[in-house]
Design a protein around this ligand. Structure first.
Ligand code: DGL
Length: 248
């Protein structure tokens, strides 16, 4: 059983990529919405949340883990998960970014991810990296703020990079692909030639290579707080596969 862990809805971008590549994988997904967003928390707080997330997933039979949250990648790499069969976001992303060696890349991520320096460490020798934290964005997505509010947050952040040139914009928070269309629209005027990179597929590919993906294709959702936004996001999946949702 593959466990996917995120602060809330962000890991759904990884879940969706994994289901495309491995429709038979049995998955248990923990969205820790009660503690979201993670991106403003300290390393100690994040380490404790990682331990809690691992406990929840182990109690629900997960034996292989995808930490589908960039904000916890530092804690995971520092050993907080205490798990060997685990994939986090930064290493598969770095491997994927080798295809773009030498290019100018803008990383969009939470403050915790930028503060931890994990992408600087992973990518400095591969690409010419610039970074932009968007502190309010993941929380706004989780809370299903209006398109107008999301657009304003994205626009205000991207404007800080006016005049810069990038070949790639890397989505370093798993929540961001959920508003990929808005990011795409807002960056067009600023960085017309830049292409958005979502690491979800590369992370899912690594799971397919390393994890047991032969099951009955069931998905068990666990959430630490019930929200309409999360239920709305997963509703389409309930039509096409065997799913359950539990508030824990
Ligand atoms: N989706 C997560 C990430 O990739 C967490 C965002 C948050 O909760 O702030 O960083």
């Amino acid at each position: 059983m593959i466990g996917i862990f995120d602060s809330g809805s962000g890991g759904l971008s990884v879940l969706s990529a994994l289901r495309k590549q491995a429709p038979k994988a049995d998955i248990v997904y923990f969205g820790d919405i009660a503690n979201a967003p993670y991106g403003g928390k300290s390393p100690d707080e994040l380490a404790a949340l990682v331990q809690n997330g691992m406990r929840v997933l182990a109690e629900h039979s997960a034996t292989e883990i995808i930490a589908a949250c960039n904000s916890i990648a530092f804690s995971v790499l520092a050993g907080a998960a205490g798990h060997e069969r685990l994939i986090e976001m930064t290493r598969p992303t770095a491997r994927m970014m080798r295809a773009f060696a030498g290019e100018r890349v803008l990383l969009l991520a939470t403050q915790a991810t930028i503060n931890a320096g994990i992408y600087r460490d992973a990518l400095w020798s591969i690409v010419d990296l610039d970074e932009l934290p968007i502190p309010e964005l993941a929380g706004a997505i989780e809370d299903e703020k209006t398109a107008v509010e999301i657009t304003a947050i994205v626009r205000a952040a991207l404007l800080k990079k006016t005049g810069k040139i990038y070949e790639k914009v890397l989505l370093g928070c798993t929540h961001y692909p959920l508003v990929g269309g808005t990011i795409e629209r807002e960056m067009r005027g600023l960085f017309p030639q830049a292409q958005i990179i979502d690491p979800a597929e590369a992370v899912a590919r690594e799971a397919v290579e390393r994890f047991d993906c032969e099951g009955s294709g069931t998905v068990t959702f666990l959430i630490s707080k019930d929200t309409h936004a999360f239920r709305n996001r997963i509703a389409p999946l309930f039509l096409e596969t065997q799913c359950t949702l539990q508030v824990i």
